[in-house]
Design a protein around this ligand. Structure first.
Ligand code: DGJ
Length: 549
């Protein structure tokens, strides 16, 4: 057992009293297959927004902060580009990072920095010019015909050394300016890595490595293809998957070197993000030029875990608006070994309802992309609007979660939370909880049942597009907190309560304050509860208690 001497205790008390102690280091913790991001020593829910790619300059920040404030976001994800911090080799300029951190504190936001280094959306665009145009020193991948690819090779030793050096310098700088406050809570290493159009490098070093036996750590986490030997070369063990798996291992190993070196100087949690492959093609078929080979796609998370232990998780960048795809993606990226965090998501209005599903499933965070009033829209991936109309669908939901985010993150870590978004099919859904089932339906009028309507195809105004969702926390055996919109929720006994008649004991509308205290505004009864609870278009927080008789 650890003991603290009285002298040390005295020192701690003194430091605490004068506020001179450093905040606790952010870290990701796991328990029973669930995860939490600890910030200042307690679970934290990232209600994030990602800035546009070119907003990583002091002059661009005002339009980022105003969008973030309107969104009620608590965290900004924003790039730090290798080209901007080391335009001349060996000369570092972190003045942008200084401005960013200073302004983040002023705006009361946390930061997730995105290291745009060797690879940004697989390409070399964010490397400094002295890297971009020196193939001899910083080799590109070579294809089967001996031609250069656009993508830098993960076997480029000088490229790795140079990227690592710049990243370490960044982490040293962060430690210097933020080691006390911890405004920066995570770092993404590279951005959407992998290679389009070419499965792996065929350069000399790559070819030699490809002939080597698959490392034991990879074998332990990535099963051989059906009917293949348990060990041997990549081609022997993985057959049609060999090129993709080998490239995945090569890129993950490269990223590991960078993350490990960065964490050795300042140990922030680090992660990677992923340009997704088709989530519905399962089991995942071999690569056919249909996604970036080598990226941390759901089918190769095991290879990343084996090769890059300093990477905490891979996060899906969700630009697939279909609800069945989103559900599959969330399932694939939330595993015992991979904390769910959605570092990017389209900022079109149809994505907003997924916040309920993502937050309810116990993600450590989410960040729609392009929460930034720069006059740029990435439509059709995201919204056409670049003003308040873009932020509004997310803002109203973040607005209700913001004051209770610490409380919610605790419940999620305890495994009490569930999340649902309205499907494209508009069909009802069930959620099984402990002793209770919630039946969720959409497009309902707030009063009465559908069969009472003369026209069975008459629907509530404003529900033309799917926009409903709810996040539920079971805070006691018969007690629930609901945060949702455009949804009807009915409860019935299940498990230990199966078959028992039940009714609402109380349905309070209100909100949680920042200390986790419930502030009741009114009690719903009568028409407001006779047909389940019908949450309006405005996100609403209810505290529901049920009973059986
Ligand atoms: C995913 C990338 O990670 C982002 O940086 C950005 O390029 C979006 N795609 C598209 O806007």
């Amino acid at each position: 057992m650890k003991t603290t001497t009285p002298r040390l205790l005295g020192l701690c008390t003194l430091l605490a009293a004068i506020g001179a102690h450093a905040a606790e280091m952010p870290r990701i913790v796991a328990k029973d297959g669930r995860h939490a991001l600890m910030v200042d020593g307690a679970p934290f829910l990232v209600l994030g927004g990602q800035a546009h790619n070119s907003s990583n300059y002091p002059a661009a920040l005002p339009k980022v902060w105003s969008a973030l404030a309107d969104a009620h976001a608590n965290t900004l994800e924003i790039p730090v580009a290798w080209e901007q911090v080391e335009a001349k080799e060996g000369q570092f300029d972190f003045s942008y990072v200084d401005t960013l951190v200073r302004e983040a504190r002023k705006h009361d936001k946390r930061l997730v920095l995105l290291w745009f280094g060797t690879w940004k959306n697989t390409g070399a665009a964010y490397t400094p010019e002295w890297v971009k145009f020196n193939n001899a020193r910083f080799p590109r991948m070579i294809d089967q015909d001996g031609k250069n690819s656009y993508c830098l090779s993960p076997f480029g030793q000088d490229t790795l050394a140079a990227d690592k050096k710049a990243f370490v310098a960044l982490m040293e700088h962060i430690k210097r300016i933020d080691g006390e406050d911890k405004t920066i809570i995570m770092v993404q290493v590279e951005n959407e890595v992998g290679t389009y159009g070419l499965a792996r490098d065929h350069g000399k070093r790559a070819q030699a490595a490809f002939r080597q036996p698959v490392p034991a750590a990879v074998l332990a986490r990535q099963k051989p293809a059906a009917g293949r030997p348990a060990k041997g070369s990549w081609a022997e063990v993985y057959g049609d998957y060999a090129d993709q798996y080998f490239h995945t291992w090569a890129i993950a190993s490269y990223i590991e070197e960078i993350a490990k070196a960065g964490q050795a100087v300042y140990g922030l949690p680090m992660f990677v993000n992923n340009a997704l492959r088709d989530p519905l093609a399962e089991p995942a078929p071999p690569w056919k030029k249909d996604f970036a080979s080598g990226g941390p796609t759901h089918d190769v998370l095991g290879i990343y875990q084996a090769a890059a232990p300093h990477i905490a998780f891979s996060g899906p960048d969700i630009y697939m608006p279909e609800s069945n795809k989103v559900s599959a993606i969330l399932r694939q990226f939330q595993t015992r070994d991979n904390a769910l965090m959605v570092p990017e998501m389209g900022n079109g209005a149809s994505y907003a309802r997924y916040l309920y599903q993502i937050i309810g499933k116990g993600a450590i965070g989410v960040a729609p992309f392009g929460i930034d009033y720069a006059e740029y829209s990435n439509y059709p991936l995201g919204a056409k609007f670049t003003d308040k109309r873009m932020v509004e669908p997310f803002a109203k939901i973040y607005g209700v979660f913001a004051p209770m985010q610490r409380q919610w993150a605790r419940w999620a870590f305890e495994g009490r939370t569930y999340g649902v978004a309205e499907g494209d099919d508009r069909a009802a859904q069930n959620v099984e909880m402990k002793g209770w089932k919630a039946t969720l339906s959409f497009r309902e009028f707030q009063f009465g049942e559908r069969e009472y309507l003369k026209d069975k195809n008459e629907f509530m105004a404003g529900t033309e597009q799917p926009s409903g969702g709810v996040a539920i926390a079971q805070v006691g055996p018969d007690e629930f907190v609901l945060v949702g919109q455009q949804i009807r929720v009915k409860f019935s006994g299940s498990g230990a309560n199966a078959g028992k008649p039940s009714m609402f004991a109380r349905v309070e509308e209100g909100r949680f304050d920042a200390d986790g205290k419930w502030l009741m505004e009114r009690n719903w009864n009568g028409d407001q509860t006779d047909y389940g609870v019908n949450l309006p278009a405005t996100p609403t927080v209810l505290k529901v208690r049920l009973g059986t008789y």
